[in-house]
Write a protein that binds this ligand. Structure first.
Ligand SMILES: Cc1cc2nc3c(=O)[nH]c(=O)nc-3n(C[C@H](O)[C@H](O)[C@H](O)COP(=O)(O)O)c2cc1C
Length: 226
């Protein structure tokens, strides 16, 4: 079984996974709907959250077993921590033959450019038949990466309902941490609700510190480990 498995809240990783699926013909599967966990080959496409593997999917990735895998981590041009090294050594039971960090639109920057260099992914897709493991170098994470990351994001991003909300209930279906446009205190600020609201019924504001952090010079590196 060969699949493209993705996790995506604001559709950047999804669009990359979809491009790969169209090129390869392999089925596209949302990681949240996985039923089987054994594969011959997978493409895994996920975002970087707080310089880490998103908390919601860590335990799911641990269950996956594949003979070979290609892993793509999308990141918002700030910092990707050590995500690919950790997936290789801590989370995914697979021989990773190629891995890549792909810079995409940051969920928290409204006017950031969406990822559009899809042709650049062809070099990664061409690794599909590669047998030997990729050499993924270990990087030093930012010292703040593991310093209460979720609390930092909760304080840094405020999600609120706008007067365009028509109480359609779509956000309630997307996430258990929002009810009719109001988020509870378990919300991780992934902004899936904001990006998928059909009516512009939600908006978000960044704290001063989050704004300053996001104004930092951006990395725009597209990195491929083979
Ligand atoms: C909760 C959260 C944490 C994030 N942390 C980082 C980060 O540490 N470094 C970075 O460069 N981008 C970060 N981003 C930006 C995401 O990596 C970017 O929005 C994501 O790759 C988009 O993927 P998606 O549309 O598939 O969800 C973060 C985004 C969110 C929502």
């Amino acid at each position: 079984m060969k699949k493209i498995i993705y996790y995506s809240n604001t559709n950047e990783s999804y669009n990359i996974a979809k491009y790969i699926s169209e090129k390869t013909g392999y089925e596209l599967v949302d990681i949240m709907s996985l039923k089987d966990y054994s594969f011959e080959f997978i493409f895994l496409v996920i975002p970087v959250h707080y310089q880490n593997v998103p908390k919601e999917i860590k335990s799911i990735i641990k269950k996956i077993k594949a003979n070979r895998a290609i892993v793509i981590a999308t990141y918002g041009k700030m910092s990707y921590g050590n995500v690919l090294y950790e997936i290789d050594n801590k989370y995914l039971r697979a021989n990773i033959v190629c891995a890549s960090y792909v810079p995409v639109k940051h969920a928290y920057i409204k006017n950031d450019k969406k990822f559009s260099d899809f042709n650049k992914l062809d070099e990664i897709i061409n690794m599909i038949d590669k047998e030997d493991d990729a050499t993924i170098t270990r990087k030093n994470k930012n010292i703040f990466a593991n310093f209460f990351p979720i609390i930092r994001h909760r304080m840094g991003v405020r999600i609120y309902k706008t007067d365009k909300c028509i109480n359609c209930g779509k956000c309630n279906l997307l996430c258990k941490n929002i009810k009719n446009g109001k988020v509870n205190n378990r919300c991780n600020r992934c902004l899936k609700c904001y990006y998928n609201c059909p009516n512009g019924g939600l908006d978000f504001k960044l704290s001063f510190f989050m704004q300053k952090y996001l104004e930092k010079k951006k990395k725009d590196k597209f990195i491929i480990y083979k």
